[in-house]
Design a protein around this ligand. Structure first.
Ligand code: 8X3
Length: 273
């Protein structure tokens, strides 16, 4: 009888312990590398349990395992292409109940492809940028924000860019997609206002990630030259700012943050040493 009594006393303890470890949940898209991966580390440090999404399964698993060992958090990995509405909906439908109380959504997945003037650009590149940076962001945001609305709680962080307020030669479609991210951030902030949901945009200048390798389609030399002669931003600089935005008191919303390295004033003005 004593043992049974002892065991019964343990149940609520185990229950609350289990609940406590799922206290905070963040979903990061494009968590395989760059800003997304660094953000995963900064949020894990803050004891967020993480849903990590991206296209590259092995890399995601590696990130998830590292975070578990280093910070003792839980992670849920899902690999799919955010451009596919069907794939996103499948991910949402399959997401276990205990992972649906998402506190922070980091809409990070995004890319630039090509640097051509408007009359020479490739439709395929344009489609990929629009489908990822704008439509993919929307596919994830709708269902996740629905869960947030139900809980009257949540924080959406959209990775925009200084290209979201400025336009530079041959930046055309990429800049247009980031302008859309800025517009959507403002729109979400208004629509979600009644539910106490925070919405933040983060607009970095040049960040040294795989961004340029992707933009220049594997041309390593060209990509490397983007970051030569000065100290650019690194993924962890952006991750720090995201950590700052999510660690504000409940009544404070960081609306928009723009940051560049100290040698960049705008998309146009650089100081190279
Ligand atoms: C990346 C910054 O200036 O290369 O979003 O478009 S820029």
């Amino acid at each position: 009888q004593f043992i049974i009594h002892y065991f019964l006393q343990l149940i609520p303890l185990l229950y609350f312990h289990g609940k406590k470890s799922m206290d905070k949940i963040a979903l990061i898209t494009g968590a395989t590398a760059g800003i997304g991966k660094d953000t995963a580390f900064s949020l894990a440090k803050m004891k967020y349990n993480l849903i990590l999404t991206g296209r590259r399964k092995e890399r995601l698993l590696e990130v998830g395992t590292k975070l578990k060992h280093q910070f003792g958090i839980k992670s849920h990995i899902a690999y799919f292409d955010i451009q596919s509405q069907e794939a996103v909906m499948q991910f949402i439908d399959k997401l276990p109940k205990e992972w649906r109380a998402i506190d922070v959504l980091v809409n990070n997945a995004g890319l630039a492809l090509g640097r051509s003037p408007i009359h020479e650009g490739e439709f395929g590149d344009w489609d990929t940028m629009i489908d990822t940076n704008v439509k993919g962001l929307l596919y994830i945001t709708k269902p996740v924000s629905q869960w947030m609305v139900e809980r009257k709680k949540g924080h959406i962080i959209n990775l925009a860019s200084i290209a979201g307020t400025q336009v530079y030669p041959t930046g055309n479609i990429y800049c247009a997609t980031k302008h859309a991210v800025i517009a959507l951030t403002k729109a979400m902030r208004i629509d979600l206002l009644p539910y106490g949901i925070k919405v933040t945009s983060i607009s970095p200048g040049v960040v040294d990630t795989e961004f340029s390798i992707v933009r220049y389609k594997g041309d390593v030399e060209k990509a490397k030259s983007v970051y030569e002669g000065y100290t650019p931003l690194y993924g962890e600089d952006i991750a720090n700012v995201i950590a700052f935005a999510v660690s504000q008191p409940p009544h404070v919303n960081i609306n928009d943050i723009e940051l560049t390295c100290i040698t960049q004033a705008s998309t146009h003005y650089y100081r190279k040493t």
